[in-house]
Design a protein around this ligand. Structure first.
Ligand SMILES: CC(C)(COP(=O)(O)OP(=O)(O)OC[C@H]1O[C@@H](n2cnc3c(N)ncnc32)[C@H](O)[C@@H]1OP(=O)(O)O)[C@@H](O)C(=O)NCCC(=O)NCCS
Length: 183
């Protein structure tokens, strides 16, 4: 999957991305509420290697994509898309933006392009994301994208040595098509 937006390019992660990926993914500002935090550049490189050949044609897999500045090619983040085996199933996603590049609308720009693909060309029905209720930046981003909070699971996940709550946000295709202001 390759997508261009006005400022970004979404494409495959490359072996040479490992140091930059490690730098922002290991930063507590990014890893605080996430299930995966690389312990070394080598672990980041292994993560990238496991993604070689990943595509949206691989159901039940996570397809992880690089988020790059279009002008310079600099890696500023990554996003993962999970396609369930059944074509009718809901698509889950997650996204990380390097702290130096946060607050500039990059996450919403990247995800709007991904939603355009999911609800347009792929013709899927629903997307959802899981978020820790303490993750205010992520919840703000999901609401900017027009997503609704559907569930609050109490202490449903064991993450980084503690039980944490899990909010589910979702968006239906018809809601996306009916709200062009969020595109
Ligand atoms: C969540 C995250 C991806 C947002 O990336 P970003 O590029 O900074 O987001 P955007 O600039 O597109 O902002 C989207 C909306 O969220 C708001 N927002 C962003 N950071 C915020 C913060 N720290 N506090 C409150 N609101 C915030 C923005 O103001 C914007 O809302 P607006 O359009 O009404 O102004 C980023 O903070 C991040 O990588 N966090 C760590 C990883 C993580 O927790 N990922 C979530 C997994 S789903």
């Amino acid at each position: 999957m390759e997508l261009d937006t006005p400022r970004l390019r979404l494409d495959a992660l490359r072996p040479e991305d490992a140091p930059a990926l490690f730098a922002y993914r290991a930063d507590p500002a990014v890893s605080r509420f996430q299930g995966w935090c690389p312990a070394s550049v080598a672990e980041a490189a292994a993560f990238i290697a496991r993604q070689a050949g990943a595509s949206l044609d691989m159901p039940e897999g996570w397809c992880q994509r690089a988020i790059r500045l279009r002008d310079s090619g600099e890696l500023i983040g990554d996003l993962g898309i999970h396609l369930p085996a059944q074509a009718e199933g809901s698509i889950e996603f997650g996204i990380s933006i390097a702290p130096a590049h946060q607050g500039q609308g990059y996450a919403t720009e990247a995800l709007r392009a991904v939603f355009g693909l999911i609800f347009g060309r792929l013709g899927r029905h629903r997307v959802h994301a899981s978020v820790d209720p303490r993750n205010l930046a992520s919840m703000a981003m999901l609401r900017t994208l027009g997503m609704r909070q559907e569930a609050h699971h109490r202490e449903s996940l064991w993450l980084q040595g503690e039980w944490v709550d899990d909010l589910v946000f979702a968006l239906l295709a018809r809601e996306w098509h009916a709200s062009p202001s969020t595109h």
